[in-house]
Design a protein around this ligand. Structure first.
Ligand SMILES: [Zn+2]
Length: 319
């Protein structure tokens, strides 16, 4: 792990570094932007910079953690006593109030290694209301030396009271140059690389799992099934869902599906049927979030949408 500023997010890093240098660092930062663009990496770079004992770097590019001091080594090893990374627990729907209380009591302690304590709170929008209320209290009464770095990809799901107490940092998807650089460092097969370039949209984290050939094979099968979704065997669709939904990120499944539908649809159909098709595509795009938000069973929910899609495509063809 290197603690350099995350590629494409140098501006926010410089802002953070300057504030730290000038000893006017705000106690809570909120990095927001699309999923898979490196926000959590940047939050880690900030945390490391804050805890590092021998910062280096230039004024222009901002300082970065040295990667070698005692603090940096402990952070790399995952054993820094003054650092916590908090995320939603596996199989839990939300970040819970208990998790937040734990974090707040950690932040209110005196640091073990120094005066400093840092928490990176990933997917902050997954906090339930109770958790968010508890966090708000902590934000209102920060203790000296504590730093909270929040990361979220759906800013509007966080209460305005929390947003307004944080230093906001917008992170944009990566541009082509940065993207090519990151993709070049990943181990893709030729077919995976083609797929990655098509669906990455400036989000390297979104396509990183295409380095696994099982994921690529699964998505190719999926694409083939959708090529003729109107005639595809429902049993085959069901089999695919049963074996792949737990293995492939849901957002990727939907990206491939939408891309396939768009490439097939020639724009024909009555106004009503076209509108229905767009509506179904919207529902497909929203499926990954809906599954989490409403604790739906992913398979049956997606199957229902696929069946709806068949009907809609049929009506487009007839009209
Ligand atoms: Zn260091």
């Amino acid at each position: 792990m290197n603690f350099k500023p995350a590629l494409g997010h140098e501006a926010i890093h410089v802002r953070f570094s300057k504030a730290l240098e000038e000893q006017r660092l705000h106690h809570a930062w909120l990095l927001y932007g699309m999923k898979g663009i490196g926000k959590a990496c940047e939050a880690m770079a900030m945390a490391a910079l804050y805890l590092c004992e021998h910062r280096n770097g230039s004024e222009q590019q901002g300082a970065h953690a040295c990667g070698e001091c005692h603090g940096c080594c402990m952070l790399k090893a995952g054993s820094h006593p003054d650092f916590i990374m908090l995320e939603r627990l596996e199989k839990k729907r939300d970040i819970t109030v208990d998790q937040i209380r734990e974090v707040l009591s950690f932040l209110s302690l005196t640091g073990m290694q120094s005066e400093k304590r840092v928490v990176v709170l990933n997917d902050a929008e997954m906090m339930n209301l109770q958790a968010a209320n508890a966090l708000l209290k902590g934000l209102e009464e920060p203790s000296g030396g504590s730093l909270l770095l929040m990361v979220c990809h759906d800013l509007m799901r966080l209460p305005a009271t929390i947003r307004s107490r944080c230093m906001l940092g917008h992170c944009a998807p990566l541009g082509d140059t940065h993207m090519n650089h990151v993709l070049a460092g990943m181990e893709f097969s030729d077919v995976a690389k083609k797929m990655a370039v098509e669906i990455a949209g400036g989000r390297p984290g979104h396509v990183a799992c295409l380095q696994d050939h099982k994921v690529v094979d699964g998505l190719l099968q999926w694409q083939a099934l959708l090529k003729d979704v109107q005639r595809a065997d429902v049993g085959d669709l069901q089999n695919w869902l049963d074996t792949h939904l737990t293995m492939i990120p849901h957002e990727l499944i939907i990206d491939v599906a939408l891309q396939e539908i768009q490439s097939q649809w020639d724009g024909t159909g009555s106004f009503t049927s076209r509108e229905s098709l767009l509506k179904t595509m919207w529902s497909l795009a929203a499926w990954p979030k809906e599954v989490v938000r409403h604790s739906l069973r992913a398979g049956p929910a997606l199957m229902a949408l696929l069946l709806e899609l068949r009907l809609v495509l049929k009506s487009c063809a007839v009209a």
